[in-house]
Design a protein around this ligand. Structure first.
Ligand SMILES: [Zn+2]
Ligand SMILES: [Zn+2]
Length: 248
């Protein structure tokens, strides 16, 4: 028997050592500095890209005056309000992708805490943005549901994980031009619950054009919902806002 380890054994051992080190002295996921048992250290947490205070009350895009952006005034969406602690910029984008594509489920409580901390109203129920069955089988979990579980635990707002279903496996929104996104999600959802008179909060990781939230909100309103709020981890800012932020 060879006394030296193969590459895969060595890599396995390295990962085991890192795992044990993390248990004994947890370090910040972003900078590896001391984090006192939290996923992120205090400076990394303070540096996360927060959404500007002056933003549209409906869609959460930054506004320079008034409490609604021009688009929401002229074409009001089916949802009533969006609450998002972060903008979709580094390192929040990397954390979202780590949760979604690398199964880093430990990130879900961080996002759940951030959403619960920025909640500015008290919805009756929480539902996660549904994932189509095929995508759920492929990924093994719904990241929105993982985040929603924590928001529900922290706030005490009941979670209805199966109230709505995604019945059509749509092309990933990120792969489509903005103009195609509303068409892509049309008739994608079915709501099985009677939401008459209720304020429903939909939890999702990222909101870009808002087309997916708008389509689900349309279904929720048809099922009787009186108000629909999007509780989103990170709001994507259009290029014009990103350039403006970079110029400041
Ligand atoms: Zn750090
Ligand atoms: Zn708006």
């Amino acid at each position: 028997m060879s006394s030296s380890l193969s590459n895969s054994q060595a890599s396995f051992m390295t990962n085991c050592v890192r795992f044990v080190q993390r248990l004994v002295a947890p370090s910040c996921l972003l900078c590896s500095g001391p984090s006192a048992g939290s996923l992120l250290c205090a400076p990394c947490n303070a540096d996360l890209p927060r959404l500007a205070n002056e933003h549209c009350d409906t869609c959460a895009l930054p506004v320079t005056s008034g409490n609604r952006c021009g688009t929401c005034l002229t074409h009001p969406p089916a949802y009533d309000h969006v609450c998002a602690p972060f903008t979709y910029a580094f390192p929040v984008d990397a954390l979202v992708q780590g949760l979604k594509y690398r199964c880093m489920l430990a990130i879900a409580p961080l996002f759940g805490n951030a959403i619960a901390g920025s909640l500015d109203e008290h919805p009756h129920v929480i539902i996660p943005m549904p994932l189509a069955d095929a995508r759920l089988r492929e990924r093994g979990f719904n990241q929105a549901q993982e985040i929603a579980r924590h928001v529900s635990q922290i706030t005490g707002i009941p979670l209805l994980p199966r109230a709505c279903r995604k019945v059509r496996d749509t092309a990933p929104q990120a792969a489509l031009p903005w103009k195609e996104r509303a068409k892509n999600v049309r008739k994608a959802f079915v709501c099985d619950e009677d939401f008459t008179g209720r304020h429903v909060a939909v939890i999702d990781d990222v909101m870009t054009t808002g087309a997916t939230l708008n389509e689900l909100a349309r279904n929720l309103k048809q099922a009787g919902a009186a108000r629909v709020t999007g509780l989103i981890v990170a709001r994507t800012l259009p290029d014009s806002f990103r350039k403006r932020a970079a110029d400041v």
